[in-house]
Write a protein that binds this ligand. Structure first.
Ligand code: UD1
Length: 363
């Protein structure tokens, strides 16, 4: 069985790594790895391949950044000849980025079976580009692998046949569990002169937060208070960095002595930083899940989450972008009465193995 596996953007790399490794035990599967090139900076891409031991991509489409329409069109134009040449039995896509839907569409139009890993997650907010990518990818997929029960329920509600849906757990957590010990050796705390459990970690990159000066301003108002209380370590995504170059935001950020801006970090340093933090503030999807496993309080700076299990039993709280609400939630999360999070069902480090077995059984 020839399987073309797609990666494009940073959050895809930790999802594909364990799947590529799991194929090793099955000589009947011939995997091909395609990188669309949606993310291309060394710190947003190659570093993750090296640290996570992902094999060098067989093909790099080299599409780079553009508007969503141009980026998706470029991916489709360059991926179609790859499918025609390699004649795969299956195309496997992960997550919810533009590369996911663009390659998925090419596959189904050429009659190739499409498999979606991390299916069914819904924020019910169609203004999020990822939500559109999720709904569309799920609607054309032949096999759908879910991380949590809400994903299964959403798909069934949308009319997806039950026999196509598999609740297998969270493949990104395979990567976390596999690399946790290695991350312990990271020197990042020393390098940044930080004490264990005595700082906050911040990530922000959603267009709705960082492309809107008013929303970004409200978040900065809250950070002003928090960085007076403890250092806030902020590895800055390229999109966010571009916006911080604007004079008004840039000046405010530079004036906050406790808010420490860094370049994007590699997987191991970031994992060490998160596991040692007192609290994490983020608008990322994956970080809500990783902090749940690490049992670190997480405040999600969005109005919704497509990963409700992290709130129901995990360490996550969805707090939005209102200044007062963020500060209140921050204080509460540091309170000693904070509820101990639980581990969601099947987030056990053996998810990739389950996925590969289902592929062999079903296709
Ligand atoms: C993409 C995903 C988002 C994911 C995020 C993780 C979509 C719709 N969005 O958002 O779901 O959470 O990746 O990072 O697919 N840039 C660089 N170097 C790079 C990549 C990007 O400088 O290696 C800059 C470019 O200016 C680019 C901007 O970042 O225009 C945005 O990149 P893009 O891939 O369009 O979206 P992300 O915001 O990264």
């Amino acid at each position: 069985m020839k399987v073309i596996n797609i990666v494009g953007a940073r959050p895809n790399f930790m999802k594909i790594a364990p799947i590529m490794a799991a194929y090793d035990g099955y000589p009947d599967i011939e995997p091909v790895l395609v990188h669309t090139g949606q993310h291309y900076d060394e710190r947003m891409s190659e570093l993750f391949f090296r640290q996570l031991g992902i094999p060098e991509p067989d093909i790099n489409l080299g599409v780079g950044s553009a508007s969503h329409a141009v980026q998706a069109a470029e991916i489709m134009k360059t991926f179609e000849p790859v499918v025609l040449e390699h004649k795969p039995d299956v195309v496997l896509v992960v997550g919810d980025v533009n590369s996911t839907i663009a390659c998925g569409l090419v596959a189904v139009k050429l009659g190739v079976e499409l498999v979606h890993v991390e299916a069914g997650l819904r924020s019910f907010d169609r203004s999020m580009p990822e939500e559109v990518n999720r709904v569309l990818t799920d609607s054309i997929s032949d096999l759908l692998f879910c991380t949590e029960q809400s994903g299964v329920d959403n798909l069934i509600r949308e009319g997806v046949a039950e026999e196509k849906i598999f609740l297998v757990g969270n493949v990104m957590i395979d990567t976390l569990l596999r690399n946790k010990a290695k991350a312990e050796d990271s020197d990042v705390l020393n390098q940044l002169n930080l004490n264990d459990n005595d700082f906050a970690v911040l990530t922000l990159h959603r267009p709705s937060n960082v492309d809107d000066v008013t929303v970004f301003g409200r978040i900065l108002d809250a950070l002003e208070v928090i960085q007076n209380d403890m250092p806030v370590i902020f590895p800055v995504h390229p999109r966010t960095r571009r916006n911080l170059n604007s004079p008004s935001l840039g000046k405010r950020v530079n004036a906050m002595m406790g808010l420490r801006l860094l370049n994007p970090l590699g997987y191991l340093d970031f994992l060490k930083l998160m596991s040692s933090a007192k609290i994490v503030l983020t608008d990322s999807g994956g970080i809500q899940e990783e902090t749940t496993i690490l049992k670190i309080p997480c405040l999600t700076l969005r109005e919704n989450t497509e990963r409700p299990i992290t709130v129901e039993i995990g360490s996550n709280q969805v707090v939005g972008t209102d200044t007062r609400r963020i500060i209140e939630a921050y204080k509460q999360a540091l309170d000693s009465s904070w509820r101990e999070p639980q581990v969601p069902c099947l987030w056990d480090g053996r998810v990739a193995e389950r996925i590969v077995k289902v592929l062999l059984d079903e296709l």
